[in-house]
Design a protein around this ligand. Structure first.
Ligand code: FAD
Length: 473
């Protein structure tokens, strides 16, 4: 009799013989966790506490051979498979009920080639792991703004952060990747080897295989960068957002300014009377080595209005990369809605302010990232990531603790999303989509969807890798 019921791709549960499970465990250099294992609950938890699933098996892979073993086992038994990098994705596709999780989180080596300025990064790394190693010799590649995010999911969706206006998306700096395909084969994808796959993994998510390591181009950055927050009272929100719009419209590539509307956290540099009150935060980052030039460029923005605080100054780059971590800790309930904008219209600004004026909780925020620059100088069909003509990305981070508030918080985010939709492009960043947005998948892949569908047919015709923003064949 078998101890194990496993979920198949077709949704049925099937009994798999103990010998088969023992065989899988014995074939791994890493560990195989079952619901009875120590550490199972920690291993199945994701960043977003809204996701609470119970996989039957978690293969904690130690390297590419383990990944291939797990993929082949899943194929042989027709199992539902989830692939876990950093476990941060809001949609929760890094786990599943009943199936097999291919967990990469133990694969965290980073090897730097200082001469070539490249980094070979294993797929379980967090952004902090990568920055830690690259900053040891004052190099970096564009990554996201929360250091506990996984390199894998971030890269496979596109990836952007403070360095993107200067150096492009994370995928624009990807030189090659090692991939285990749905057939369980090891391949390398780069400009000359499997170039179609290389194109697809630069924005097409985890649809085509399991990436086991990435090679990135690095650039001289830091160790100290000019960066920091300028915090304005919410009463000035309209003027500040108009100033943000006009200032960013002519900003050089070295400068990134993002806006956050939220209730002020108890930051030590904010007077106590502002804690918990709505504020508008301008987060500024200068990618250049010449801080005096950065100071000159930023001066008009810093002189604008009457900020409550201005803490722009030299900061360690790796520290700045973690500046938002305390606001984005794992374990809370989270629901996101996101729009792309070519420009911030007066109507969009008014609507955002209207909703920021009734934020449903102290952890809820409206983030507006400024892209453009080097990101938009890459043609839309050069990589699978297609949104090369947008300037701003709004992400509504709705975040709370009490499950009893789910409906009202999700409702606030959806209502803001609907109200701002007339001003947006209709496109969406694949990495910002919650689980209920499957109907938006074509908008995420945009004009590249047909080519991605053909690629899916070639590399994963049976849709083994379906727990993602899925490209259907
Ligand atoms: P996971 O949940 O582990 O994986 C996401 C999906 O990717 C999986 O379901 C799977 O389908 C696939 N996958 C993961 N690893 C692999 C692999 N090795 N091979 C094949 N498929 C794989 N994005 C930005 O671009 N910029 C930001 O500044 C940014 N900030 C964020 C801040 C927070 C707090 C959060 C939660 C997310 C942020 N994101 C940002 C979005 C982030 O890029 C995505 O959530 C991303 O998917 C996270 O990657 P992960 O490996 O941690 O996710």
């Amino acid at each position: 009799m078998s101890k194990f019921m496993l979920r198949e791709l077709n949704g049925n549960d099937v009994a798999v013989a103990d010998e088969a499970i023992d065989g899988l465990e014995g074939a791994l250099r890493g560990n195989l966790l079952t619901p009875a294992s120590d550490g199972y609950d920690e291993a199945r938890a994701l960043w977003n506490a809204m996701i609470d699933r119970h996989p039957s098996l978690i293969a904690r892979c130690a390297g590419p051979a383990d990944v291939a073993t797990a993929v082949r086992f899943a194929r042989e038994h027709g199992l539902l498979v989830a692939v876990r990098g950093g476990g941060h994705n809001i949609a929760g596709n890094a786990t599943c009920d009943g199936g097999l999780v291919i967990d990469l989180s133990a694969m965290r080596s980073v090897r730097i080639d200082a001469k070539q300025r490249t980094a070979r990064v294993e797929a379980g790394c967090t952004l902090a792991d990568v920055d830690h190693e690259t900053q040891a010799i004052s190099l970096a590649t564009p990554l996201g703004i929360n250091s506990t995010t996984g390199i894998s999911g971030l890269t496979l969706g596109g990836g952007f952060g403070w360095l993107s206006r200067r150096y492009g998306l994370t995928v624009d700096n990807l030189l090659s990747a090692d991939v285990v395909t749905a057939a369980g084969e090891h391949v390398t994808a780069d400009a000359t080897r499997n170039p179609d796959l290389f194109w697809g993994i630069r924005g097409g998510g985890g649809n085509f295989g399991v990436v086991t390591s990435f090679e990135f181009q690095l650039h001289p950055v830091g160790p100290t960068v000019l960066s920091g927050l300028i915090v304005h009272p919410f009463e000035d929100a309209k003027n500040v957002l108009h100033e943000f719009r006009s200032f960013t419209a002519s900003a050089p590539d070295d400068l990134s300014v993002w806006t956050v509307l939220r209730k002020a956290p108890p930051l030590p540099f904010l007077p106590a009377e502002w804690h918990g009150r709505e504020v508008v935060i301008l987060a500024a980052f200068w990618a250049g080595a010449d801080h005096a030039e950065g100071e000159r460029v930023l001066a008009p923005l810093r002189a604008y209005g009457t900020p409550i605080a201005d803490v722009v100054g030299p900061h360690p780059y790796a520290g700045w990369q973690q500046a938002f971590d305390p606001l984005l800790t794992p374990g809370s309930r989270n629901y996101w809605k996101s729009h792309d904008f070519k420009k911030l219209s007066d109507g969009a600004i008014d609507t955002i302010i209207e909703y920021a004026n009734r934020l449903p909780g102290p952890q809820c925020e409206i983030f507006i990232a400024h892209l453009g620059g080097a990101v938009n100088r890459v043609p839309a069909d050069a990589t699978a990531y297609p949104h090369r003509d947008i300037e701003y990305v709004m992400n509504v981070h709705t975040r709370w603790e009490d499950p009893g508030r789910d409906d009202s918080l999700v409702g606030w985010a959806r209502s803001l999303f609907d109200a701002t939709a007339p001003h947006a492009t209709g496109g969406v960043y694949v990495n910002f989509m919650p689980a209920d947005e499957t109907a938006r998948v074509p908008s995420a892949y945009g004009p590249n969807l047909d080519r991605l569908t053909a690629l899916k047919r070639k590399y994963d015709p049976d849709n083994l890798f379906r727990l993602n923003q899925n490209i259907r064949v």
